[in-house]
Design a protein around this ligand. Structure first.
Ligand SMILES: *Cc1c(COP(=O)(O)O)cnc(C)c1O
Length: 373
């Protein structure tokens, strides 16, 4: 609750006051020498060389504001993904677009339905709006549409799912998404966070686009932070029904995305061959990692993305927290521990071959450690 006025200092809205205080500045190590950073699901291959060249070309025009109409990137996205350009809006990472959707559609005490272990910005932005957040449990880290639909109430205004989902990289099929959509009241906005969609079969994105084109209450957010390797530039986009784009256009800053990001993203999305090669390399690496880790007795949840969850169910003396410590002691930075029901798992990003070998070696060694009684 907000502080009483007699405090004689500014106080925030009650929704913001009730949010957890920020954690004291923990610095996440960037790519310091020798450190293998597999914590943020970044692309270990980096962006297309064409995107880097386009980024550099902007150095001569840094005194200019970026194009507020976002035209070139919207046109590139529309051409490559065969979309209606009027349904596209770009932002400072897809997290900005998720935040704008909430500012546009969620008010005090509205219900926001998420799934457990959702992308953290969804609950941060939702809480800042004063929305009540419900988290639907998942089945072995996979979204269950029926369970999600059971959580819909009269107050539900928005449902956000990631597909492929975090933290395990599991995926709902086009039919399951349709089933979810069919179960929603027409005035509930269904937001599909497609941050990892490029890693999945192209049919997944196509189904999602068809659903958006054929309805009034579905939105998809996408990012250049993952397969395109441009996380540092902060650029994402959304594909929406026109009436939703009009809402977001009212509240976004005219220069929410920067000129260097626009240039690099245009080149990246047009370099379809580079993206295809990254998708293939990632799938091969994931296959190789899964085979090797399973051979040493580790549970690897099948992932459609550039990260994977490992678990140690049935291995009494082994656990995700100790595995994470073991990796960190070998200069490998894994992602966070993830809890679901009684399970605790560890998320790890796919790296390059050398990095993946280091993970495989370390975890195989960890599994061979004598089990302390
Ligand atoms: C990484 C990620 C995003 C991307 O956020 P950006 O702001 O575009 O960098 C969105 N959703 C999920 C689930 C993610 O893991």
């Amino acid at each position: 609750m907000s502080q009483a006025p007699e405090h004689k200092r500014p106080f925030p809205r009650s929704a913001v006051a009730s949010m957890p205080p920020p954690k004291p500045g923990k610095v996440t190590p960037q790519g310091s020498a020798g450190l293998i950073r597999l914590s943020h699901n970044e692309s270990c291959y980096g962006p297309s060389p064409k995107a880097v060249a386009a980024y550099r070309s902007v150095a001569d025009i840094l005194h200019r504001y970026p194009d507020g109409s976002q035209y070139e990137l919207r046109r590139s996205l529309a051409e490559v993904h065969k979309l209606d350009i009027g349904g596209i809006i770009c932002g400072n990472g897809s997290e900005e677009l998720l935040g704008l959707l909430m500012r546009g559609y969620l008010g005090e005490a509205d219900e926001l339905l998420l799934t457990e272990n959702h992308f953290i910005m969804c609950s941060i932005s939702g809480r800042a709006q004063g929305a009540n957040i419900t988290q639907a449990p998942t089945d072995d880290y996979r979204i269950n549409v029926a369970v999600l639909l059971e959580r819909i109430s009269a107050g539900t205004r928005m449902v956000i799912i990631a597909n492929p989902n975090v933290p395990a990289g599991t995926c709902l099929t086009g039919e399951e998404i349709e089933e979810l959509h069919n179960g929603l009241p027409a005035d509930v906005l269904l937001v599909i966070d497609g941050a990892y969609m490029e890693y999945a079969a192209p049919a997944l994105a196509a189904d999602c686009i068809d659903l958006i084109d054929g309805s009034e209450n579905v939105v998809m957010t996408r990012t250049f932070s993952k397969i395109y390797g441009l996380a540092g530039l902060r650029i994402g986009w959304a594909y929406c029904p026109t009436h939703v784009v009009e809402v977001l256009q009212r509240i976004r800053s005219p220069f929410n995305a920067n000129a260097a990001a626009f240039a690099a993203a245009c080149a990246a999305v047009r370099d379809v061959e580079y993206t295809r090669s990254i998708r293939e390399k990632n799938a091969n690496s994931l296959r190789r990692i899964s085979v090797a880790l399973r051979a040493s007795g580790i549970h690897v949840i099948p992932s459609m993305t550039n990260f994977y969850l490992i678990g140690f169910a049935g291995r009494e003396q082994k656990n995700a927290a100790a595995a994470a410590d073991y990796l960190r002691a070998r200069n490998i930075l894994p992602g966070p521990l993830i809890r679901s029901g009684k399970q605790e798992t560890l998320r790890i990003s796919v790296g390059n071959d050398t990095e993946n070998d280091a993970v495989i070696t370390a975890l195989t060694e960890y599994m061979k450690q004598p089990e302390l009684g």
